[in-house]
Design a protein around this ligand. Structure first.
Ligand SMILES: Cc1ncc(COP(=O)(O)O)c(C=O)c1O
Length: 465
């Protein structure tokens, strides 16, 4: 019975993947007739036969919640990944803004190994050395580099969990202080998030992520969540009301299409939160930790734009799972023993790696370099030629290339030429490479991208004709 259902699920997955493979084959044969054929260096049809066996294993034993291309990567180095057939790909995705120091960084590998020989996990029943050191480093470097009056850290295992904890903390603090604002504690539970925001897929984080595709199958969600337009100062007062306990916002929306908040918008959120006794949460999971060329993205704005809570995750340990919630004293003093917990959060292994990653990212030289390579990347995007391109949006090494049409097919067209990219909302291709990517690597990627865009144009215009 079990075997029968496994075989069935495998066939179902392959059937679902077949159109993708067939589409890419169709694309390849179409490309074979095209003058752009010479550029198809990594065609899906040329995939190593082992690739299909590995995909088959996935089909039998893992739940299919991701639509993945028929490629299996075995290893990486710096900004490059290699597939089963030893084909090399330039990676402009970095594990979705995670591998800030690139793949297989020797120092990260050394620390993982050394710490694993010492102690991997203790649980939060006991103190450990690396978690204390990382907490100190995060707080002190945040205070030294900007105006956010951070005071305490809570470690989690992912971005979603960091946001869940942040929402819980905000609810508790706002309820306890409601009386000072002449409000009812029982009504003080509203959360405001923003259109095109992304905060995670667990019930609280999903309730703050107003994408109908993600939310609809799981309704009803957590009560009290409202979704306001991003960067719309005029709408803030009507959304953030005396019932609001938290406003959660990305200073730069990643998945939403690389939308940068305006200073006036963040200032307005800060002052409105202060007026109604709500806490301001910055989700810097994708845009923080050096990606914009400053330690935190909000540090590009004035001191009137600081949050009460900041969440981080992705690049903190360069790919080892970790997240964290950074809070001010005002929040910390209201959170008591037993209010929140985790088995793995703050484990010595992740914290030891994160300490080293943070030490390397948070130097003036490293951050200046991110700004410079970011400017180079932006210029190269702006010089791409295509009537399908609408706009480039960027801050440091988080960049978006918006098209007039859905650029989803461009992902495969680039991959089959050896370049890895991802999309975001609003017809946007997103670029979140390793923060130590070189200008030469960026140039190499741009040449591939230009050719892929030409193929995309040809394909799009052929369909339209
Ligand atoms: C801004 C933002 N918040 C939260 C998350 C969720 O983080 P995780 O996937 O680590 O749970 C993401 C992930 O893409 C994100 O980009």
């Amino acid at each position: 019975m079990l075997r029968h259902s496994l075989i069935k699920s495998s066939r179902a997955l392959l059937a679902r993947q077949r159109p993708m493979a067939m589409a890419s084959r169709a694309l390849s044969s179409q490309a074979a007739r095209s003058p752009l054929n010479h550029a198809l260096t990594h065609a899906d049809v040329d995939a190593d036969p082992k690739t299909l066996d590995i995909i088959d294993k996935h089909a039998k034993y893992t739940l299919t919640t991701y639509g993945r291309p028929p490629v299996v990567f075995t290893h990486g180095k710096g900004s490059y990944l290699y597939d089963v057939g030893h084909r090399e790909y330039l990676d402009f995705t970095a594990g979705i803004a995670v591998n800030a120091l690139g793949h297989s960084d020797p120092e990260v590998a050394r620390i993982l190994f050394d710490q694993a020989k010492t102690v991997v996990h203790l649980s939060n029943l006991y103190y450990n050395v690396p978690a204390g050191e990382l907490a100190e480093q995060l707080i002190e470097s945040t205070r030294a580099s900007g105006d956010f009056d951070a005071s305490k850290i809570f470690f989690s295992n992912s971005g979603t969990e960091a946001n869940e904890g942040a929402l819980k903390f905000a609810r508790k603090v706002a309820k306890l202080t409601a009386k000072q604002f002449g409000q009812e504690e029982d009504n003080k539970f509203g959360v405001v998030s923003f259109v095109n925001g992304f905060h995670g897929r667990s019930m609280g984080a999903l309730s703050a992520t107003p994408n109908p595709k993600y939310q609809k199958p799981f309704l009803p969600l957590v009560p009290g969540f409202k979704h306001a337009p991003y960067n719309d100062i005029g709408a803030v007062d009507s959304f953030v009301t005396p019932e609001t306990c938290a406003v959660i916002v990305e200073p730069i929306q990643g998945e939403g299409g690389i939308n940068v908040a305006t200073e006036a918008f963040l200032k307005k959120l800060r002052s409105r939160c202060d007026e109604v006794g709500a806490l301001l949460i910055y989700d810097e999971i994708q845009c923080g930790l050096g990606r914009t060329g400053k330690l935190w993205a909000h540090q590009h704005f004035s001191k009137d734009c600081t949050p009460d809570i900041l969440t981080m995750a992705k690049p903190l340990a360069n790919g080892f799972p970790i997240g964290a919630i950074m809070i001010t004293d005002k929040v910390a003093e209201k959170i008591a023993i037993g209010d929140h917990g985790t088995t793995f959060g703050g484990n010595p292994l992740g914290c030891a790696v994160a300490s080293s990653v943070l030490r390397r990212i948070n130097t003036p030289e490293f951050l200046d370099n991110v700004q410079q390579t970011g400017q180079h990347f932006k210029k190269r995007l702006e010089s791409l030629e295509s009537s399908l391109i609408k706009e480039v949006r960027a801050k440091g090494l988080i960049l978006g290339l918006q098209f007039h049409v859905d650029p989803a097919p461009l992902v495969a067209l680039a991959r089959e030429r050896g370049l890895l990219i991802i999309t975001a909302a609003n017809n946007t291709v997103r670029f979140v490479p390793a923060l130590n990517i070189s200008k030469a690597e960026i140039d190499q990627g741009m040449e591939i991208l230009q050719r892929a865009i030409e193929a995309f144009e040809e394909k799009t215009l052929n369909v339209e004709a």
